[in-house]
Design a protein around this ligand. Sequence first.
Ligand code: SAM
Length: 463
Amino acid sequence: MTEVQLPAAFIRQMQALLGMEDAQQFLNSFLAPRAYGLRFNPLKTESVPASAAALEQPFHLTPVPWCNTGYYYDEEARPGKHPYHSAGLYYIQEPSAMSAAELLDAQPGETILDFAAAPGGKTTHIAGCMQGQGLLIANEIHPARAKILSENVERIGIRNAVATNCAPHELSAKFIAFFDRIMLDAPCSGEGMFRKDADAVGEWSEEHVHYCAQRQADILEHAAIMLKPGGKLVYSTCTFNREENETTIEQFVASHPEFSVERTERIWPHLALGEGHFVAVLFKSNEPSNGSFAESTDRDKSKRRDRDKKGSRASSLQAEMELFHSFAKQSLPGFNLQAGEALRFGDALYWLPHDREGRFSAASLDGIKVARAGLHLGDIRKNRLEPAHALAMAVKADTAAWVQSYSADSPEIAAYLRGETLPAEPRLSGWGLVAVDGYPLGWAKASGGQLKNHLPKGLRRFS
Ligand code: SAM
C-alpha cells in the first residue's frame, strides 16, 4: 500500500496527532510488510518455550516482546494449515492485539467478561490465563461472528467459557456488578487494519470515527454497570485517532468518578513490529457510587430463588448425566468435571461452569442467546452418549482409555484430518482419541482393527 491511497483526512489527522516528522515515519510504515503472530495455548502446551522450540525451525518463530506466549512467524510458514493448529496448540493473532489481554491479567477462579469477543483472540488469551478455573463469558453481538467465536473456544479446548450472542444492553440488564474483570475490545474505525485489509481504508471517514466514538461510549456505559466495585476494565481498539481512544476514556472517567485510569498504552507500527493497538486499564473503586450494588444484591437473591427452581431442571438431567458418566468411566477414565451443572439443548448435553460465588447458573441464561453453554459433553442418541468434539479438544490425551498418536507429518494424520478410516491394532475397541504428537485432534471408534473417524465433517481438510 502506498501513502497516496490513504484518505487525505486520515493523513492530516495523523500529522496533527504525531507532528510532521513522526507522522511521516508512521505513514512510511504502511509501505513495510506486515508482521504475523501466533500465541501458544497454555491450556494445551505444558511448556510454551518447549513448544516454541519445536516449531522454531518450521515457522521461524521469534518472541513478541509484550506477550510471553506470543511469537512472530514468517508469512510463508502458514501455521493455520499445520495439524497443531487443528489440535488448538496456538491461536493466530495480530501481534499488537496480544497486549490487551496481557494487561487484563486474568487470574484462575475469577469471573470475567470478554464483551466484544469474536473471533476470539482475547477470549482464548484470557482463557489461557484462567487455566480452566472460574467463569469466562465471551460475548459477540453478531450471530455469524458468535459462531466463529464458539468454534475457536472449542478448538482451543476451553472448558469454562460460555459464549453468548447479545447486544450490550441485554447483558447489562442481567449481570449487574457481576464481573471481576471486563475486556472491552471495542468495535472501532480500524485504522490499524489498513495494512492488512484494503476494505478498512475504503470504510474510513471522519464521520465514521465520530460514529464509532459514540458507540464506544455507549458500550462503556454497559461495561460500567457489569463491573464489580474494585474490578478492572481493559478498553482497547486497533485504531489510532485520539477521539476513539484517549478522548473516549477521558470522557468516560469524567462522567464516572468511581473509575480511574491506571495506565494507557499504545503500540505504533513505526516503532514496533505490529499493526498498532491502544489499551487503557481502568479500575472501579470499592465504594458503591450509586444504587447499583444494592440493586445487584436484590437481584442476586432473586437469581438464587430462580436457580433453586432450576434445580428440578438439573435433576431431570440425571439420566443424561448417567449416560455421560458411564461413557467417561469406560472411555475417559481420567476426566473430572469441575463445579457446574448439566444443561441440555436439543440432543446436545453441556456442562455449564459455575462462578466461585455461586451467582451464575442456568437461570442466568434465561432470555439471552447462547452460542455455547460451557463444555459440550456429547449428544444423546437413544440410550447412549456420543462424545462431542469439544470434549476431545478439552482433555489431555492421557485421560482417555486409548490414544493413537502420530507425528505431525505422518500420512495417518493427513488421512485423519481428511475424515478417513485408519487401521488400528485389533485389541483396541470403543471410543478413543487420535492425537498429533500426543495432542488430541478428535475422537475415533475402534472395532475390528479399524478406527472409524469421528472428526466433525466441517473440520475435515482436503489440502
Ligand atoms: N476481541 C476480538 C478478538 O480479539 O478477536 C475482536 C473484537 S472486534 C475489535 C470488535 C467486535 O465488536 C466485533 O466482533 C464486532 O462484531 C463487535 N461489535 C460491533 N458492534 C457492536 C456493538 N454495538 N456492541 C458490541 N459489540 C459490537
